[in-house]
Design a protein around this ligand. Structure first.
Ligand code: HPA
Length: 270
């Protein structure tokens, strides 16, 4: 595994010739941040050795090297979901590669269903914690100490300083933001009303099908993590309507400029 990670990182390093501090993973319908990147070069995932290839609409599937402000960044436009059939090791492989390219910060975005009855579709949520409901753990199996410890601490997954900076940026730009707990599930079904209700009772504010595997891997690697979500549909009793992937993408794309503005400004302060 470690050999593969290093080989892929070295392939990318040769192509890009960069030293990024910040890695970015862009979620469903949230690729717009790419327009804010001064793109130096990119590689389609299918050309990267041992990289999985994304199969979902709305995920372009390329690795981008570029600059935002005075920062070198590397961005994944499109991520790998467990529900697509990838193994957990495949889902988290790119995060490990990014670490070996030199990043110390990981920024992740996603679309989610709302569980908190005081929040609304279109709201932006800064992720403060998570509940892992994936049926398999991304760190299951033999541990490699070169990647991280056997039993990684999860008491402070999402970096408070980055979150506070994001809150200030949002305030300065008059963008309301929420802060809460992301529940991660396998999917690919959206939840039944009873399931949304259960996840709320269990302590969740939002629910989605991504992010947690990558974030656990990132924490294991010792990366600083910032997570941000757009509520694309409601799981609140009385507000639930039929939902589709198209609808999720539409809502995400509508709220995206505000999220992008927060991310862009945050990256410049890192
Ligand atoms: N549930 C799970 N994942 C999601 C949802 C949802 O309601 N909306 C966007 N991703």
């Amino acid at each position: 595994m470690l050999e593969k990670i290093k080989a892929t990182a070295s392939f990318i390093k040769k192509r890009f010739n960069t030293n990024p501090e910040i890695g970015i993973i862009l979620g469903t319908g949230l690729g717009g941040l790419v327009n804010e990147i001064d793109i130096i070069d990119y590689i389609p995932y299918k050309e990267i050795p041992d990289f999985p290839v994304s199969t979902v609409d709305g995920h372009a599937g390329r690795l981008i090297s570029g600059r935002m402000g005075n920062k070198e960044i590397i961005a994944m436009q499109g991520r790998f979901h467990f529900y697509e059939g990838y193994s957990m090791k495949e889902v988290i492989f790119p995060v490990r590669v990014l670490k070996f390219l030199g990043i110390s910060n990981l920024i992740v975005s996603n679309a989610s269903g709302g569980l908190n009855p005081d929040w609304h579709v279109g709201d932006i949520v800064l992720i403060s914690d998570h509940i892992n409901f994936f049926p398999e753990h991304p760190l299951y199996g033999k541990n490699d100490e070169e990647l991280g410890p056997r039993f990684p601490d999860m008491s402070k997954i999402y970096d408070e300083r980055l979150r506070n900076k994001a809150k200030l940026i949002a305030l300065e730009h008059n963008i309301p933001v929420r802060e809460g707990v992301y529940v991660g599930v396998q999917g690919p079904t959206f939840e039944t009303p009873a399931e949304y209700k259960m996840f709320r009772i269990l302590g969740g504010d939002i629910v989605g099908m991504s992010t947690i595997p990558e974030v656990i891997a990132a924490r294991h690697l010792g990366l600083r993590i910032f997570g941000i979500s757009i509520i694309t549909d409601s799981g609140v009793p009385g507000e639930i309507v039929e939902i589709s992937h198209d609808e999720v993408q539409k809502v995400a794309m509508k709220a995206e400029p505000k999220m992008t503005l927060i991310m862009k400004n945050l990256i410049e302060t890192i």
